[in-house]
Design a protein around this ligand. Structure first.
Ligand SMILES: Nc1nc2c(c(=O)[nH]1)N[C@H]1C(S)=C(S)[C@@H](COP(=O)(O)O)O[C@H]1N2
Ligand SMILES: [Mo]
Length: 523
């Protein structure tokens, strides 16, 4: 439709651009830039969700941002947003993309073609980002290419260059509004469908649902007395849906068990590769292990306890026969993440597992389906590689892992910690109350927990039955709350006789320490 047909003609600009006309034009340019990016992002995500989910432009750019971000930025993101850190990052990327789009619109108005080229470059950035991903899908370039091209075309259509001698806007107001609305709709629908497809019909979800795990040769027993059943207290076994999730994966890696294999190589006498069917044919046993993130703050929730089903890593390493000079195993995930685990922790008698099951189910996708590592006593960043595909037997002085490369400590034994879960809200009723929580130092075990109310004496809490030294233990103490404000503190003692230190340390570089305390008001 041209202007004559549309019947809507704007007043021709005065010879020098009027302030008003200039503003309106600038507004148009900004809107054109924004909606070009919105349309492109929606279509790019939709194509990725349908054909190559690991090539999601957002996901790839996010992944690069995660890898490039300085350690302090990541620590801050986890501290501010906890397990919502990824959503915060995606919102941040969206804001940057929109700002670039708006700026590109303004540029396009002054210099036709240049603004379009800028939005097209965003697509190129998506392609480049996807290309850097380990195990990038074959079509890694496609969603971002289409997105970049679409942004280019959309911006060109919405801001057509002035023809020589032409005064008014070449595109009518109505044409502009319809075009912008259509682009926005495309973006919104694309994003919505992409989200739906991703949440609903993932191929790997179906593969996971089809898995039937073999029965364990040794099953774990959870003593009844391990669960105190106190309202507000973390369950002794954390349901999968409540289990914290921390990883660098913006898009959850999709690993088909049929093509999965684990290669053990490096400083070994025999390099071995094991497939999914071979792994499931080995004896599997259940083991209850508490996993903690090194980023967990004192009193924080980045810790959980699950029944893991798997095969001892020790047995596989015994088949590979590490050379005497080896002292570390660098495990690598499908998406390139690496963790460096002391060889000793994988060969001593602890239940270091190549795990396929979590609380009676195949591993949830976000917890590492089909196979992950679980090592009692070590923070996740040095041991708990999800979507694991490779174990390289090596040495601490010749290999670095994802987080140790970013300033975190090489060895990551989990520090002795205790947490108050009840009471957690500020207001409590005067009278008979209970103080309760959990305490852990996996692979060592907790011998006792003490509680201090205000400046009173430290009192021994009673411990629930521990499932094992590899798990956290619940504890509780009856308390008669007097009216007024109270500070409640707790500290644990390990089976080694170590008392939890009150020295306050932040999570970086090797885990937070200090006593957890809560302040409540009894009335
Ligand atoms: N592939 C992969 N595995 C990973 C990570 C990761 O970023 N990528 N993060 C580790 C960290 S830091 C922790 S604390 C645990 C968390 O495991 P969860 O998400 O199942 O609780 O996974 C570990 N394994
Ligand atoms: Mo972690």
């Amino acid at each position: 439709m041209n202007e004559a047909e549309s019947g809507v003609r704007e007043a021709p600009d005065a010879p020098g651009p009027t302030l008003r006309g200039g503003r309106a034009r600038a507004g148009r340019a900004v809107v054109a830039g924004l909606v070009s990016v919105i349309a492109a992002a929606g279509v790019g995500e939709l194509l990725a969700a349908l054909f190559a989910s690991e090539a999601s432009p957002f996901g790839a750019i996010g992944a690069v941002a995660v890898d490039l971000a300085p350690a302090w930025a990541k620590d801050l993101a986890i501290a501010l947003f906890y397990t919502n850190d990824k959503n915060a990052l995606l919102v941040g990327i969206a804001i940057v993309l929109l700002l670039v789009g708006a700026a590109a619109g303004l540029v396009e108005r002054r210099v036709p073609f240049l603004g379009r080229s800028i939005v097209a470059l965003l697509g190129a950035a998506g392609i480049a980002a996807a290309a850097t991903r380990v195990n990038a899908p074959e079509l890694f370039w496609a969603p971002s290419l289409v997105a970049g091209a679409l942004a280019f075309v959309t911006l060109g259509l919405l801001l057509p260059p002035h023809q020589a001698g032409e005064t008014g806007d070449p595109l009518s107001r109505r044409g502009f509004l319809i075009g912008s609305a259509a682009a926005t709709l495309l973006g919104v629908i694309g994003t919505a469908v992409a989200t739906g497809v991703r949440a609903g019909g993932q191929a790997v979800k179906a593969l996971r649902d089809a898995v039937t795990l073999p029965a364990a040769q040794a099953t774990a027993t959870i003593p009844d007395a391990a669960e105190l059943n106190i309202d507000g207290l973390a369950r002794v076994v954390t349901p999968n849906a409540d289990f914290y999730r921390i990883d660098t994966a913006i898009v959850v890696p999709e690993v088909d068990p049929a093509t999965w294999s684990l290669r053990i190589h490096g400083l070994v006498e025999n390099e071995i590769t094991i497939t999914w069917d071979e792994l499931l044919a080995l004896p599997l046993s259940e083991s209850v292990v508490t996993l903690s993130c090194v980023s967990n703050q004192v009193g924080g929730s980045l810790v959980g306890n699950a029944v893991w089903l798997g095969h001892p890593i020790r047995e596989l390493l015994a088949r590979a026969v590490p050379l005497p000079e080896a002292d570390m195993v660098l495990s690598r995930s499908h998406d390139g993440f690496t963790a460096g685990t002391p060889l000793e922790a994988l060969t001593d008698d602890r239940d270091a597992l190549l795990a396929v099951g979590m609380n009676g189910e195949p591993l949830p996708l976000e917890h590492g389906f089909p196979v992950r590592m679980v090592v009692p006593g070590l923070y996740g960043y040095v041991s708990a590689t999800k979507w694991v595909v490779e174990l390289e037997v090596t040495r601490f002085d010749s290999a670095r892992a994802y987080w140790t490369d970013r300033g975190w400590s090489e060895r990551g034994p989990i520090k002795l910690q205790s947490r108050i879960d009840v009471p957690r809200q500020r207001d409590v009723a005067v009278g008979e109350q209970v103080v309760a929580g959990v305490a852990w130092q996996p692979h060592t075990g907790v011998a006792g927990v003490e509680v201090q109310i205000d400046d009173g004496p430290w009192q021994s809490a009673s411990l629930a039955t521990a499932i094992s030294d590899d798990t956290w233990v619940q504890w509780s103490l009856p308390w008669t709350a007097e009216p007024g404000n109270h500070t409640i503190r707790c500290r644990a003692t390990s089976t080694d006789g170590e008392r939890q230190t009150d020295a306050v340390a932040p999570p970086a570089p090797d885990g937070a320490s200090g006593w957890h305390s809560v302040v409540v008001q009894a009335s």
